[in-house]
Design a protein around this ligand. Structure first.
Ligand SMILES: NC(=O)c1ccc[n+]([C@@H]2O[C@H](COP(=O)([O-])OP(=O)(O)OC[C@H]3O[C@@H](n4cnc5c(N)ncnc54)[C@H](OP(=O)(O)O)[C@@H]3O)[C@@H](O)[C@H]2O)c1
Length: 253
């Protein structure tokens, strides 16, 4: 990993921040993205001595994706060795009751933006005959439940993108894999737990969490540090043999 250029989207908080901590000790440059470059403050501190280029762009629209690509710049994009498509968004709720804009935002953030970022970064990796792409999917992609129609299907699309792209790039030394975490107690995870609690009148956060844990074979939630360590391993030379895989990281679900 030494001196590689690593780009992480959704780097400002949650899993993204854990990814910054995992990559910073060995990366040459961290290209960190969030909706606004100004949101990268905590991640910049977490990166400690590793150089950081912060870039902003709201991935829920085509214009925002273009803004991010131009804030990173074609030269820096061409130099990205490791791309982690981590930014994600979803609004739990029945599809028929969802705002049309929210449905579109979900597909842009969770599927179209990762596809366009893979497209933008893969060329340089192929030319240098070394590259790693890791897409952060969700266990809901293979176990979709009520209230997640757009989010789960966008993540299922991300799984298919991973497999197809990996077949295109494998002979060039570029691996493409995806990880499907289970519930992690980040802002997104806590929001989902709160909504599940609200949907069942009288269920508090502790009760919802207990129910979720009981449904997981390992009886635990997913920790961001566990997923970050797996991404870091997939991005290293040790994982050169592994591509086109969609790996569950959800305690046995
Ligand atoms: N938490 C879970 O239980 C869970 C489970 C399975 C999979 N995942 C997946 O794991 C990944 C990380 O999730 P998390 O739990 O760490 O979420 P989080 O704590 O809510 O953080 C989301 C990150 O994505 C960025 N982001 C959100 N919407 C964006 C947009 N429209 N444009 C650009 N950036 C945007 C945020 O940037 P700002 O700070 O600028 O908003 C933030 O850095 C996501 O892909 C999510 O789908 C999460």
């Amino acid at each position: 990993m030494t001196k590689r250029t690593v780009m992480i989207t959704g780097a400002s908080r949650g899993l993204g921040l854990a990814l910054v901590r995992a990559f910073a000790p060995e990366a040459g440059l961290l290209v960190l993205a969030a909706r606004e470059a100004g949101h990268i403050g905590e991640a910049r501190r977490a990166a400690a001595d590793c150089p950081v280029h912060a870039a902003g762009g709201d991935l829920s629209s085509r214009e925002g994706i273009s803004r991010l690509l131009s804030e990173v710049g074609p030269e820096r994009l061409g130099a990205v060795d490791v791309l982690v498509n981590n930014a994600g968004w979803g609004q739990p709720g029945a599809l028929a009751d969802s705002a049309e804009d929210d449905v579109v935002r979900t597909y842009f953030t969770d599927l179209i933006a990762p596809a366009l970022l893979c497209r933008a970064a893969a060329g340089g990796m192929i030319r240098r005959r070394w590259g790693r792409i890791v897409n952060i999917s969700s266990i809901t992609a293979v176990q979709p439940s009520e209230g997640l129609a757009a989010y789960a299907s966008a993540k299922a699309g991300l799984n298919a993108l991973t497999k197809s792209l990996s077949a295109e790039t494998a002979r060039h030394g570029v691996t493409v894999n995806a990880i499907m975490p289970g519930l992690m107690l980040t802002d997104m995870g806590r929001d989902a737990v709160a909504k599940m609690g609200a949907a069942r009148t009288g269920s508090g956060e502790a009760e919802v969490l207990e129910r979720i844990k009981r449904s997981v074979p390992l009886r635990k939630l997913t920790e961001v540090s566990e997923v970050a360590a797996l991404v870091r391993w997939l991005a290293g030379d040790e994982a050169a043999f592994l591509t086109g895989q969609v790996i569950g990281a959800a305690g046995g679900l």
